[in-house]
Design a protein around this ligand. Structure first.
Ligand SMILES: [Zn+2]
Length: 113
């Protein structure tokens, strides 16, 4: 927005508006902005980025859900990691980082986590 590039420096919007030089330009900029919004509303429509999970991600999610259903130790781990005390959370993080859940648990399905 070139109207706002006034070459003045103001600490905030309020003092900028109070400045004769900037306030004037700000108003022009605002008027231009409002006019554009009215005349070309399509320019102001932001497309929301769509989240499309990849096949790989869907597969990982499926496996995770499956493991949580069948592996009680892992379920317990996730629960404590999320809702446990700080000590429990730290302990679970250490366990996970040591690869404990890659080797242990009663889940016999494919392990990716
Ligand atoms: Zn100014």
């Amino acid at each position: 927005m070139t109207y706002l590039d006034t070459s003045h420096r103001h600490p905030d919007m309020t003092s900028m508006m109070a400045c004769a030089h900037c306030g004037e330009r700000f108003k022009k900029g605002e008027a231009l902005y409002n006019r554009m919004r009215k005349e070309k509303p399509e320019l102001f429509v932001r497309e929301k980025p769509k989240f499309e999970p990849s096949e790989k991600l869907k597969e990982m999610h499926g496996q995770l859900v499956d493991r949580v259903k069948h592996d009680t130790a892992y379920r317990d781990h996730l629960y404590k990691s999320q809702y446990g005390t700080i000590e429990e959370q730290n302990k679970e993080a250490d366990l996970a980082n040591s690869g404990f859940f890659k080797k242990n648990g009663d889940y016999r399905g494919i392990r990716i986590l």
